[in-house]
Design a protein around this ligand. Structure first.
Ligand code: CP
Length: 310
């Protein structure tokens, strides 16, 4: 395998198309491993991965842990609530102490945008951004594109609609950058107060009407309203939101036949997605979760030797 030029994965903007292809090809190989009856290989034996999660997570945290274990790396979990952060230690001291234990990769999720970038500037091992505030979630975008490409190999010219809380969504930011890089046309729609008016700078077209975003779409991605980022009381009624911006089997009729429906999770069923989508055969939300393990195995494999090249 050729060596990638990146030491950290902090966002999508620095990845070339060749590097994206390398990650996706490596994910394909890792997926084959995950489908064996014994899903473990010795590839990263002797390597150590520290998962620093300063925010709740189910999918990303578990999949990084499983990915490291499937490659035989030692993986150490960290919970901010039971760490010395509760005694006043700051982020920089925390990561410097983690680095002093000589990990090969540090995976970090943090509520502050830019946290993973800050950490990468102060330590020598590779850093993977597992979601930083409202900024980016690059591993989610990469698993999203891998999952789409399993159904639609060539993304050039396809229409991808992203619906919901665009403003607070790190997934939307990374998805838009990645999908447009690969030649897809991205349309976004959602309530005005949850729209980032500058999102077009990333290459997405803003649709005031959700119908314009969905019409003839090949892929629809729903986003959760991130109430934790702006407090309660901003959404007057979830029922009204579901009527205006929720996706159901009736609404997807205006998209392409067999449109793919995706969601990064966690899903609020009955709000952004109607329960009738649960049984839709092109609802590939759990495929995203399955592929998340293979994608994170690929990134740990690619990045676990990068720190040694310094
Ligand atoms: N998609 C995602 O980031 O989910 P978690 O918050 O559960 O990790």
């Amino acid at each position: 395998m050729q060596n990638p030029s990146f030491k950290h994965l902090l966002g999508i903007e620095h990845l070339s198309c060749e590097e994206i292809e390398l990650i996706l090809q490596t994910t394909d190989s890792m997926k084959e491993i995950t489908q064996r009856s014994i899903k473990k290989v010795p590839t990263l034996k002797g390597k150590t991965v520290i998962n620093l999660f300063f925010e709740p997570s189910t999918r990303t945290k578990l999949s990084f842990e499983i990915a490291a274990k499937r490659l035989s790396a030692d993986t150490i979990g960290f919970s901010s609530a039971t760490s010395s952060l509760s005694k006043g230690e700051n982020l920089l001291d925390t990561v410097k102490n983690c680095e002093a234990m000589l990990p090969d990769v540090i995976v970090i999720r943090h509520p502050c945008s830019g946290a993973s970038h800050f950490v990468s500037q102060h330590i020598n091992c590779s850093v993977i951004n597992a979601g930083d505030g409202i900024n980016q979630h690059p591993t989610q975008a990469l698993l999203d594109i891998f999952t789409i490409k399993e159904r639609i190999n060539d993304l050039k010219g396809i229409k991808i609609a992203i619906i919901g809380d665009i403003k607070h969504s790190r997934v939307a930011h990374s998805d838009i950058m990645l999908f447009t890089k690969m030649g897809a046309n991205v349309f976004v729609s959602g309530p005005g107060f949850l729209m980032n008016p500058f999102i077009s700078v990333l290459g997405a077209k803003i649709c005031d009407k959700i119908e314009d975003a969905i019409c003839d779409a090949d892929v629809i991605i729903l986003l959760r309203i991130q109430k934790e980022r702006f407090g309660n009381g901003v959404i007057p009624s979830e029922r009204e939101y579901a009527m205006l911006y929720g996706i159901n089997m009736n609404r997807i009729k205006s998209a392409k036949e067999n449109v793919i429906v995706m969601h990064p999770g966690p899903v609020n069923w009955g709000v952004e997605l109607s329960p009738d989508i649960m049984d839709y055969n092109n609802n590939i939300i759990l495929d995203q979760v399955t592929n998340g393990v293979a994608l994170r195995m690929a990134l740990l494999y690619i990045l676990s030797n990068q720190g040694e090249r310094e």
